[in-house]
Design a protein around this ligand. Structure first.
Ligand SMILES: *[C@@H]1O[C@H](CO)[C@@H](O)[C@H](O)[C@H]1NC(C)=O
Ligand SMILES: *[C@@H]1O[C@H](CO)[C@@H](O)[C@H](O)[C@H]1NC(C)=O
Length: 350
Protein backbone atom coordinates (compact mmCIF):
# COMPACT_ATOMS: atom_id res chain seq x y z
CA UNK A 1 0.00 0.00 0.00
CA UNK A 2 2.77 2.38 0.91
CA UNK A 3 4.35 2.81 -2.54
CA UNK A 4 0.92 3.40 -3.96
CA UNK A 5 0.11 6.13 -1.42
CA UNK A 6 3.46 7.79 -2.05
CA UNK A 7 2.86 7.80 -5.78
CA UNK A 8 -0.56 9.28 -5.24
CA UNK A 9 0.84 11.99 -3.02
CA UNK A 10 3.55 12.80 -5.54
CA UNK A 11 0.93 12.99 -8.29
CA UNK A 12 -1.13 15.46 -6.28
CA UNK A 13 1.88 17.58 -5.41
CA UNK A 14 3.04 17.86 -9.00
CA UNK A 15 -0.43 18.79 -10.08
CA UNK A 16 -0.85 21.23 -7.28
CA UNK A 17 2.19 23.06 -8.59
CA UNK A 18 0.49 23.19 -11.96
CA UNK A 19 -2.74 24.59 -10.62
CA UNK A 20 -1.75 28.23 -10.89
CA UNK A 21 -0.69 27.60 -14.47
CA UNK A 22 -3.94 25.83 -15.31
CA UNK A 23 -5.91 28.59 -13.60
CA UNK A 24 -3.99 31.20 -15.57
CA UNK A 25 -4.64 29.41 -18.87
CA UNK A 26 -8.33 29.04 -18.11
CA UNK A 27 -8.60 32.74 -17.19
CA UNK A 28 -6.79 33.77 -20.34
CA UNK A 29 -9.06 31.63 -22.49
CA UNK A 30 -12.07 33.12 -20.71
CA UNK A 31 -10.76 36.63 -21.27
CA UNK A 32 -9.95 36.12 -24.94
CA UNK A 33 -13.23 34.41 -25.78
CA UNK A 34 -15.61 36.70 -23.87
CA UNK A 35 -13.80 39.88 -24.86
CA UNK A 36 -14.01 38.92 -28.53
CA UNK A 37 -10.25 38.88 -29.13
CA UNK A 38 -10.35 35.17 -29.94
CA UNK A 39 -12.95 35.85 -32.65
CA UNK A 40 -10.85 38.74 -33.86
CA UNK A 41 -7.87 36.40 -34.19
CA UNK A 42 -9.86 33.60 -35.83
CA UNK A 43 -11.54 35.92 -38.32
CA UNK A 44 -8.07 36.71 -39.66
CA UNK A 45 -8.10 33.27 -41.27
CA UNK A 46 -11.29 33.91 -43.27
CA UNK A 47 -9.27 35.54 -46.03
CA UNK A 48 -7.72 32.13 -46.77
CA UNK A 49 -11.13 30.96 -47.92
CA UNK A 50 -12.10 33.99 -50.00
CA UNK A 51 -12.45 32.88 -53.56
CA UNK A 52 -11.63 35.60 -56.04
CA UNK A 53 -9.20 38.30 -54.96
CA UNK A 54 -10.80 40.83 -57.30
CA UNK A 55 -9.65 43.58 -54.97
CA UNK A 56 -6.16 43.38 -56.42
CA UNK A 57 -7.38 45.65 -59.19
CA UNK A 58 -9.06 48.99 -58.54
CA UNK A 59 -12.87 49.15 -58.66
CA UNK A 60 -14.57 49.76 -61.97
CA UNK A 61 -16.88 52.68 -62.69
CA UNK A 62 -20.03 52.27 -60.66
CA UNK A 63 -23.29 51.50 -62.33
CA UNK A 64 -25.55 50.74 -59.40
CA UNK A 65 -29.30 50.72 -60.16
CA UNK A 66 -30.56 53.23 -57.57
CA UNK A 67 -33.21 55.97 -57.85
CA UNK A 68 -31.95 59.55 -58.38
CA UNK A 69 -30.77 61.63 -55.41
CA UNK A 70 -33.17 64.29 -54.18
CA UNK A 71 -30.84 65.68 -51.50
CA UNK A 72 -27.08 65.54 -51.86
CA UNK A 73 -25.02 67.53 -49.32
CA UNK A 74 -21.90 67.72 -51.50
CA UNK A 75 -20.56 70.84 -49.77
CA UNK A 76 -20.24 68.85 -46.55
CA UNK A 77 -17.49 66.90 -48.30
CA UNK A 78 -15.60 69.87 -49.72
CA UNK A 79 -12.92 69.08 -47.15
CA UNK A 80 -12.97 65.30 -47.42
CA UNK A 81 -13.13 63.54 -44.06
CA UNK A 82 -10.92 60.58 -43.23
CA UNK A 83 -14.00 58.69 -42.00
CA UNK A 84 -17.45 59.27 -43.47
CA UNK A 85 -20.21 58.00 -41.19
CA UNK A 86 -23.49 57.09 -42.88
CA UNK A 87 -26.39 56.82 -40.45
CA UNK A 88 -29.51 55.13 -41.83
CA UNK A 89 -32.45 56.91 -40.25
CA UNK A 90 -36.24 57.07 -40.56
CA UNK A 91 -38.17 60.30 -41.23
CA UNK A 92 -39.89 60.19 -37.82
CA UNK A 93 -36.59 59.92 -35.91
CA UNK A 94 -35.79 63.62 -35.78
CA UNK A 95 -35.02 63.37 -32.04
CA UNK A 96 -32.41 60.68 -32.63
CA UNK A 97 -30.77 62.64 -35.44
CA UNK A 98 -30.66 65.74 -33.27
CA UNK A 99 -29.07 63.76 -30.43
CA UNK A 100 -26.36 62.51 -32.79
CA UNK A 101 -25.81 66.04 -34.16
CA UNK A 102 -25.32 67.33 -30.63
CA UNK A 103 -23.04 64.49 -29.54
CA UNK A 104 -20.63 62.31 -31.51
CA UNK A 105 -21.88 63.61 -34.86
CA UNK A 106 -20.85 67.15 -33.90
CA UNK A 107 -17.24 66.31 -34.68
CA UNK A 108 -18.11 67.01 -38.31
CA UNK A 109 -16.61 70.44 -37.96
CA UNK A 110 -13.54 69.28 -36.05
CA UNK A 111 -10.31 70.94 -37.03
CA UNK A 112 -8.64 67.99 -38.75
CA UNK A 113 -11.95 66.94 -40.36
CA UNK A 114 -11.31 63.39 -39.25
CA UNK A 115 -14.94 62.35 -39.44
CA UNK A 116 -18.16 63.56 -40.99
CA UNK A 117 -21.61 62.24 -40.11
CA UNK A 118 -24.43 62.22 -42.65
CA UNK A 119 -27.92 60.71 -42.50
CA UNK A 120 -29.40 58.54 -45.22
CA UNK A 121 -33.15 58.67 -45.77
CA UNK A 122 -35.68 58.03 -48.48
CA UNK A 123 -39.05 59.69 -49.12
CA UNK A 124 -41.63 59.79 -46.29
CA UNK A 125 -45.19 58.87 -47.12
CA UNK A 126 -47.03 61.90 -45.71
CA UNK A 127 -46.65 65.39 -47.12
CA UNK A 128 -46.18 66.85 -43.60
CA UNK A 129 -43.20 64.58 -43.07
CA UNK A 130 -41.85 65.44 -46.50
CA UNK A 131 -41.99 69.16 -45.67
CA UNK A 132 -40.46 68.67 -42.22
CA UNK A 133 -37.59 66.64 -43.64
CA UNK A 134 -36.94 69.21 -46.32
CA UNK A 135 -36.78 71.93 -43.68
CA UNK A 136 -34.43 69.84 -41.55
CA UNK A 137 -32.18 69.20 -44.56
CA UNK A 138 -31.96 72.90 -45.38
CA UNK A 139 -31.09 73.70 -41.75
CA UNK A 140 -28.43 71.04 -41.22
CA UNK A 141 -27.20 70.12 -44.70
CA UNK A 142 -26.41 66.61 -43.57
CA UNK A 143 -29.13 64.54 -45.25
CA UNK A 144 -28.69 62.27 -48.24
CA UNK A 145 -32.03 61.37 -49.81
CA UNK A 146 -32.91 59.32 -52.85
CA UNK A 147 -36.25 58.99 -54.58
CA UNK A 148 -37.83 55.83 -53.15
CA UNK A 149 -40.32 55.04 -50.39
CA UNK A 150 -38.83 55.07 -46.89
CA UNK A 151 -39.67 51.68 -45.37
CA UNK A 152 -38.03 48.86 -43.45
CA UNK A 153 -38.12 46.51 -46.42
CA UNK A 154 -36.24 49.16 -48.42
CA UNK A 155 -33.33 49.31 -45.99
CA UNK A 156 -31.00 47.51 -48.38
CA UNK A 157 -31.71 50.13 -51.00
CA UNK A 158 -31.04 52.83 -48.39
CA UNK A 159 -27.64 51.38 -47.58
CA UNK A 160 -26.65 50.92 -51.21
CA UNK A 161 -27.77 54.52 -51.82
CA UNK A 162 -25.55 55.80 -49.01
CA UNK A 163 -22.51 53.84 -50.14
CA UNK A 164 -22.97 54.92 -53.75
CA UNK A 165 -23.29 58.55 -52.70
CA UNK A 166 -20.09 58.24 -50.65
CA UNK A 167 -18.09 56.81 -53.52
CA UNK A 168 -19.43 59.22 -56.11
CA UNK A 169 -19.73 62.47 -54.21
CA UNK A 170 -17.26 62.18 -51.35
CA UNK A 171 -14.28 60.70 -53.11
CA UNK A 172 -11.73 61.79 -50.56
CA UNK A 173 -13.21 59.76 -47.68
CA UNK A 174 -10.91 56.83 -46.96
CA UNK A 175 -13.23 54.88 -44.69
CA UNK A 176 -16.99 54.53 -44.42
CA UNK A 177 -18.91 53.52 -41.33
CA UNK A 178 -22.50 52.38 -41.87
CA UNK A 179 -24.52 52.63 -38.68
CA UNK A 180 -28.04 53.25 -37.30
CA UNK A 181 -29.56 56.23 -35.48
CA UNK A 182 -29.65 54.50 -32.06
CA UNK A 183 -25.96 53.65 -32.01
CA UNK A 184 -23.34 55.51 -30.02
CA UNK A 185 -20.05 55.84 -31.88
CA UNK A 186 -16.73 56.68 -30.27
CA UNK A 187 -15.60 58.56 -33.34
CA UNK A 188 -12.27 59.67 -31.90
CA UNK A 189 -11.04 56.24 -30.90
CA UNK A 190 -12.43 54.63 -34.02
CA UNK A 191 -10.55 57.08 -36.21
CA UNK A 192 -7.34 56.42 -34.30
CA UNK A 193 -7.84 52.69 -34.80
CA UNK A 194 -8.50 53.07 -38.52
CA UNK A 195 -5.41 55.17 -39.08
CA UNK A 196 -3.39 52.04 -38.32
CA UNK A 197 -5.36 49.79 -40.70
CA UNK A 198 -4.47 49.18 -44.33
CA UNK A 199 -5.63 47.26 -47.41
CA UNK A 200 -9.27 46.67 -48.36
CA UNK A 201 -11.22 46.39 -45.14
CA UNK A 202 -14.66 45.13 -44.15
CA UNK A 203 -14.83 45.13 -40.36
CA UNK A 204 -17.37 44.98 -37.56
CA UNK A 205 -19.19 42.64 -35.20
CA UNK A 206 -18.98 39.38 -37.11
CA UNK A 207 -21.88 36.93 -37.41
CA UNK A 208 -20.48 33.56 -38.40
CA UNK A 209 -23.21 31.03 -38.93
CA UNK A 210 -26.64 32.55 -39.43
CA UNK A 211 -29.39 30.80 -41.37
CA UNK A 212 -32.08 32.66 -43.34
CA UNK A 213 -35.53 33.02 -41.80
CA UNK A 214 -38.09 31.22 -43.93
CA UNK A 215 -41.08 32.55 -41.94
CA UNK A 216 -43.00 35.03 -44.14
CA UNK A 217 -44.11 36.93 -41.02
CA UNK A 218 -40.56 37.47 -39.79
CA UNK A 219 -39.06 40.91 -40.30
CA UNK A 220 -35.97 39.24 -41.67
CA UNK A 221 -37.79 36.84 -43.99
CA UNK A 222 -35.70 35.68 -46.93
CA UNK A 223 -37.51 33.79 -49.71
CA UNK A 224 -35.78 30.70 -51.13
CA UNK A 225 -35.64 32.33 -54.60
CA UNK A 226 -33.61 35.25 -53.27
CA UNK A 227 -31.18 33.22 -51.20
CA UNK A 228 -31.24 29.45 -51.49
CA UNK A 229 -28.38 28.51 -49.17
CA UNK A 230 -28.84 27.14 -45.65
CA UNK A 231 -26.37 29.61 -44.14
CA UNK A 232 -25.27 33.11 -44.97
CA UNK A 233 -21.57 33.78 -45.38
CA UNK A 234 -19.98 35.50 -42.36
CA UNK A 235 -21.13 39.14 -42.30
CA UNK A 236 -20.81 42.21 -40.07
CA UNK A 237 -23.75 43.45 -37.99
CA UNK A 238 -25.54 46.40 -39.59
CA UNK A 239 -25.41 48.32 -36.30
CA UNK A 240 -21.90 49.38 -37.30
CA UNK A 241 -19.53 48.13 -39.96
CA UNK A 242 -16.54 49.74 -41.56
CA UNK A 243 -15.61 49.62 -45.22
CA UNK A 244 -12.46 51.03 -46.68
CA UNK A 245 -13.16 53.07 -49.77
CA UNK A 246 -11.61 50.38 -51.94
CA UNK A 247 -13.66 47.58 -50.35
CA UNK A 248 -16.88 49.60 -50.76
CA UNK A 249 -16.06 50.03 -54.45
CA UNK A 250 -15.57 46.30 -54.97
CA UNK A 251 -18.71 45.51 -53.01
CA UNK A 252 -20.84 47.89 -55.08
CA UNK A 253 -19.36 46.37 -58.23
CA UNK A 254 -21.17 43.16 -57.30
CA UNK A 255 -24.60 44.80 -57.06
CA UNK A 256 -26.99 43.58 -59.73
CA UNK A 257 -30.53 44.79 -60.36
CA UNK A 258 -33.07 43.53 -57.80
CA UNK A 259 -34.88 41.94 -56.15
CA UNK A 260 -32.31 42.27 -53.37
CA UNK A 261 -32.10 40.54 -50.06
CA UNK A 262 -34.02 42.84 -47.70
CA UNK A 263 -31.65 42.18 -44.78
CA UNK A 264 -29.15 44.93 -45.45
CA UNK A 265 -26.13 43.67 -43.49
CA UNK A 266 -26.42 40.12 -44.81
CA UNK A 267 -26.65 41.43 -48.36
CA UNK A 268 -23.46 43.46 -47.93
CA UNK A 269 -21.80 40.29 -46.57
CA UNK A 270 -22.88 38.32 -49.63
CA UNK A 271 -21.59 41.05 -51.95
CA UNK A 272 -18.29 41.13 -50.04
CA UNK A 273 -17.92 37.39 -50.42
CA UNK A 274 -18.58 37.68 -54.15
CA UNK A 275 -15.89 40.37 -54.30
CA UNK A 276 -13.41 38.15 -52.47
CA UNK A 277 -13.24 40.44 -49.42
CA UNK A 278 -13.18 38.62 -46.09
CA UNK A 279 -14.84 40.29 -43.08
CA UNK A 280 -12.82 40.96 -39.93
CA UNK A 281 -14.19 40.86 -36.42
CA UNK A 282 -13.44 43.87 -34.25
CA UNK A 283 -13.85 43.08 -30.54
CA UNK A 284 -14.52 46.71 -29.69
CA UNK A 285 -17.56 46.98 -31.96
CA UNK A 286 -20.60 45.97 -29.91
CA UNK A 287 -22.98 44.91 -32.69
CA UNK A 288 -26.53 44.67 -31.40
CA UNK A 289 -25.33 44.85 -27.79
CA UNK A 290 -25.99 47.76 -25.46
CA UNK A 291 -22.87 48.00 -23.28
CA UNK A 292 -23.27 49.00 -19.60
CA UNK A 293 -23.90 52.72 -19.25
CA UNK A 294 -20.46 53.48 -17.84
CA UNK A 295 -17.59 55.78 -18.69
CA UNK A 296 -15.08 53.00 -19.20
CA UNK A 297 -17.35 51.09 -21.59
CA UNK A 298 -17.89 54.17 -23.74
CA UNK A 299 -14.16 54.76 -23.69
CA UNK A 300 -13.33 51.18 -24.59
CA UNK A 301 -15.95 50.28 -27.16
CA UNK A 302 -16.14 51.85 -30.60
CA UNK A 303 -19.95 51.43 -30.71
CA UNK A 304 -22.88 50.66 -28.44
CA UNK A 305 -26.39 49.94 -29.67
CA UNK A 306 -29.90 50.80 -28.49
CA UNK A 307 -29.42 54.28 -26.97
CA UNK A 308 -32.29 56.69 -26.56
CA UNK A 309 -31.59 60.34 -27.42
CA UNK A 310 -31.24 61.01 -23.68
CA UNK A 311 -28.85 58.06 -23.25
CA UNK A 312 -26.82 59.38 -26.16
CA UNK A 313 -26.40 62.76 -24.44
CA UNK A 314 -25.37 61.10 -21.18
CA UNK A 315 -22.87 58.82 -22.89
CA UNK A 316 -21.31 61.78 -24.68
CA UNK A 317 -21.08 63.74 -21.45
CA UNK A 318 -19.36 60.80 -19.75
CA UNK A 319 -16.88 60.54 -22.58
CA UNK A 320 -16.12 64.26 -22.64
CA UNK A 321 -15.70 64.61 -18.90
CA UNK A 322 -13.32 61.69 -18.74
CA UNK A 323 -10.78 62.69 -21.37
CA UNK A 324 -7.89 61.47 -19.26
CA UNK A 325 -9.72 58.73 -17.48
CA UNK A 326 -7.71 55.50 -17.49
CA UNK A 327 -9.53 52.23 -18.05
CA UNK A 328 -7.74 48.86 -17.79
CA UNK A 329 -8.00 46.46 -20.77
CA UNK A 330 -10.06 43.96 -18.80
CA UNK A 331 -12.90 46.51 -18.84
CA UNK A 332 -13.73 45.05 -22.23
CA UNK A 333 -14.60 41.82 -20.45
CA UNK A 334 -16.93 43.67 -18.10
CA UNK A 335 -18.61 45.54 -20.96
CA UNK A 336 -19.21 42.31 -22.87
CA UNK A 337 -20.29 40.24 -19.88
CA UNK A 338 -22.76 42.80 -18.60
CA UNK A 339 -23.85 44.21 -21.94
CA UNK A 340 -27.46 43.69 -22.87
CA UNK A 341 -28.09 41.84 -26.05
CA UNK A 342 -30.85 43.69 -27.83
CA UNK A 343 -32.90 42.28 -30.63
CA UNK A 344 -32.09 44.46 -33.61
CA UNK A 345 -35.05 46.82 -33.65
CA UNK A 346 -36.62 48.69 -36.48
CA UNK A 347 -34.16 51.42 -35.78
CA UNK A 348 -33.47 54.01 -38.33
CA UNK A 349 -35.57 52.25 -40.79
CA UNK A 350 -39.34 52.47 -40.97
C1 LIG B 1 -39.59 60.66 -57.72
O1 LIG B 1 -40.41 59.54 -57.95
C2 LIG B 1 -41.75 59.87 -58.21
C3 LIG B 1 -42.57 58.60 -58.32
O2 LIG B 1 -41.82 57.45 -58.22
C4 LIG B 1 -41.86 60.71 -59.47
O3 LIG B 1 -43.20 61.06 -59.72
C5 LIG B 1 -41.02 61.95 -59.31
O4 LIG B 1 -41.02 62.69 -60.51
C6 LIG B 1 -39.59 61.59 -58.93
N1 LIG B 1 -38.87 62.81 -58.63
C7 LIG B 1 -37.65 63.06 -59.08
C8 LIG B 1 -37.09 64.39 -58.74
O5 LIG B 1 -37.00 62.24 -59.71
C1 LIG C 1 -39.39 50.60 -51.88
O1 LIG C 1 -39.27 51.70 -52.73
C2 LIG C 1 -39.94 51.60 -53.97
C3 LIG C 1 -39.64 52.83 -54.78
O2 LIG C 1 -40.11 53.98 -54.17
C4 LIG C 1 -41.43 51.42 -53.74
O3 LIG C 1 -42.09 51.24 -54.97
C5 LIG C 1 -41.68 50.24 -52.86
O4 LIG C 1 -43.04 50.15 -52.51
C6 LIG C 1 -40.85 50.32 -51.57
N1 LIG C 1 -40.99 49.09 -50.84
C7 LIG C 1 -41.58 49.04 -49.66
C8 LIG C 1 -41.70 47.69 -49.06
O5 LIG C 1 -41.98 50.03 -49.09
Amino acid sequence: MLPFAAARLRFLLIHRRRWPLILLLVSLLFFFSISGYLEEFLSGFLSIFSSTPSHVSSPRVLNVPIPPFLLSPVNACSTPPFLLILVTSAPSHRDRRDAIRQTWGSLASSTDSASLTLFVLAVPKSSEEKAALMHEAVTHRDIIQANFTDSYRNLTLKTITGLTWALEKCRGAQYLLKTDDDVFVNTMFLTQFLRKANGPQYMGRLHWHVSPSREPDNRHYVPQEIYGGNYFPPYCSGTGYILSREAAGHILEQVRSGPWLAVEDVYVGILAQAAGIAPRHVARIAGSMAVPHSTCCYRTMFTSHGLTPKGMQEAWKMLKEAANHWCPSVVLLYCKLFGQLLEKGEDGVH
